[in-house]
Design a protein around this ligand. Structure first.
Ligand code: FPP
Length: 255
């Protein structure tokens, strides 16, 4: 049955034009938030202003995802390759999680959101890690939207580390090579027990995965928009889901 999904936000949005089926909302949506720098450049402003506005878009996306019935939202906030950026920019990006959480954590708790972090904390500054750990601890008991931040995340590093650990277990005699299955590898990745994303969104017109969830995205639907990340609104999410709902997922089989 096609009917309009519930909304406690302004109804003057693309839900008016896109009829979403509430029975086919993607469970897990992953987003590559790209275009902060270009958004700022276009306005003659420094790149960090783009990141600051990108942070506001994170909140909009989380509210919209929750409102639309998405259960898990994974956001690519900092990659293992982003360290090659100028130090000032990296330092600014490292402050954003704590700034975001200082403003939003109370509301996230109220809205029953569960904050998670996926990445390699050992290379992150302690102020970034402690802000994330506090948010993770304070929301661990929540069972609403899972807001999963990929921070110092790189898929090849994730896969390499998990293979190293499996290799060690084999050499220790805890595991036999024949025990290794796709399920076992999946569980050893940083996503753990989270299901694979149903839908991947990338903003800014770039058409690549940039070392993001390479294993987990094997059968995800991909949706790209030219909008820069700071411009991202609920309308974009509704449009992405509307297109997702037109797709037939065959997982290599026949429809
Ligand atoms: C890519 O755009 C974006 C990033 C590397 C940073 C993404 C971070 C945020 C959106 C804010 C995160 C907020 C929280 C709360 C963790 P780019 O700067 O590479 O854009 P460009 O390709 O136009 O230069």
């Amino acid at each position: 049955m096609i009917k309009r999904v519930r909304s406690w936000l302004n109804q003057e949005d693309s839900q008016q034009t896109h009829q979403l089926s509430p029975d086919n909302i993607p469970h897990h949506v992953a987003i590559i938030m790209d275009g902060n720098g270009r958004w700022a450049k276009r306005r003659g402003m420094p790149r960090i202003v783009g990141h600051q506005n990108g942070m506001k878009a994170v909140k909009r996306a989380a509210i919209a995802a929750d409102d639309l019935g998405i259960k898990i939202l994974t956001m690519y906030a900092f990659s293992t390759e982003n360290w090659t950026r100028p130090k000032d920019e990296v330092d600014f990006l490292m402050k954003l999680p704590q700034e975001f959480l200082a403003i939003e954590l109370e509301e996230l708790i109220e809205k029953n959101v569960q904050v998670r972090m996926m990445g390699h904390p050992e290379e992150l500054p302690s102020h970034t890690v402690s802000a994330m750990e506090e948010a993770v601890a304070k929301t661990a008991g929540n069972n609403g939207l899972v807001l999963n931040f990929a921070l110092n995340y790189g898929s090849r590093k994730e896969i390499t580390e998990s293979f190293k650990a499996l290799g060690q277990e084999i050499s220790d005699g805890i595991l036999r090579p024949e025990d290794i299955t796709e399920e076992l590898i999946g569980r050893r990745l940083l996503t753990g027990e989270l299901p694979d994303p149903d839908l991947l969104i990338r903003t800014s017109g770039e058409l690549r995965l940039s070392n993001f969830m390479l294993w987990q995205l094997a059968y995800s639907e991909l949706w790209f928009t030219d909008a820069y990340w700071p411009e991202f609104t609920k309308d974009h999410l509704v449009e992405a889901i509307a297109e997702y709902q037109q797709r037939t997922r065959r997982y290599g089989g026949l429809s």
